[in-house]
Design a protein around this ligand. Structure first.
Ligand SMILES: O=C(O)CCC(=O)CC(=O)O
Length: 252
């Protein structure tokens, strides 16, 4: 069952000169594209993609991992749209984690015909964190990235330590800087079908209470709390996360 990504690293040049790194595993059935969070790059899906053996696309978002910055032109969702055009992927399933969720949601709003099913995990959905704190009365957690984003037990594991090293490396390399625009209008998203929300039971950043508020704002969406994980469910529990992704794909 474990296949990893069959194809090696490939590159796509945007119009403004950002060289984007991606991996595509083709095959029968719908492609699922995974948009990574601010604390990771496409490599953060390695364990998940050892379990998920269907067609898949991952890429380093502009300025993350191996991808360049270009002249700072288009919004992030435009990068994804250009990549999909280049790959001739007319329609796919799209999963966005944390900040990757804003990219995924923005693509769906502007190109609803291209996305068969949208899954947003641990995502502020393009709103500032203060928006969710004000709506729920919850506060921003303290501490470093690992303290804010990982379950306490997972932090102590080798994978947890590797996650923290990668997050620190990305921060030092200026990944995500300057911030790239990715506006998401929740009212527009509410008009989209096939939206699925999730967050980790232990997520201190996008808490289960915030998830309930998001489900209130997006009443057409399904909402699920993923057990025993925090803000990086794809890394903490790849098998459980793969089951949620399968659910998104099955429900379309
Ligand atoms: O922008 C979001 O939805 C969440 C931002 C965040 O949690 C940082 C990350 O992507 O890891």
């Amino acid at each position: 069952m474990a296949m990893g990504l069959a194809l090696s690293l490939t590159w796509f040049d945007t119009e403004d000169g950002a060289r984007l790194a991606y991996r595509l595993r083709p095959g029968a059935g719908p492609v699922v594209a995974f948009a990574h969070p601010h604390t990771g790059d496409m490599g953060s899906f390695d364990a998940l993609l050892d379990l998920w053996d269907g067609p898949a696309l991952v890429w380093d978002r502009r300025s993350y991992g191996a991808s360049g910055r270009g002249a700072g032109g288009p919004a992030q969702a435009d990068d994804l749209c250009a990549l999909l055009d280049h790959l001739r992927l007319d329609r796919l399933h799209l999963i966005g984690i944390a900040a990757g969720g804003a990219v995924a949601a923005a693509l769906v709003i502007h190109h609803p015909d291209r996305v068969a099913g949208l899954g947003l995990a641990c995502s502020f959905i393009g709103q500032p964190h203060d928006f969710w704190c004000a709506a729920t009365g919850e506060a921003r957690p303290e501490g470093d990235a690992a303290a804010r984003e990982l379950s306490p037990a997972f932090r102590e594991t080798d994978q947890g330590k590797r996650w923290a090293e990668k997050a620190a490396h990305l921060r030092l390399s200026g990944a995500g800087e300057p911030p790239q625009p990715c506006p998401v209008d929740l009212a527009q998203l509410a008009a989209c079908t096939s939206v699925h929300l999730a967050t980790g039971q232990n997520d201190l950043l996008f808490t289960p209470v915030m998830l309930a508020h998001a489900a209130h704002l997006l009443p057409m969406a399904s909402a699920q709390v993923l057990p025993n994980v925090a803000h990086a469910p794809h890394v903490e529990d790849p098998a459980g996360f793969a089951r949620w992704v399968q659910n998104v794909v099955s429900r379309g």
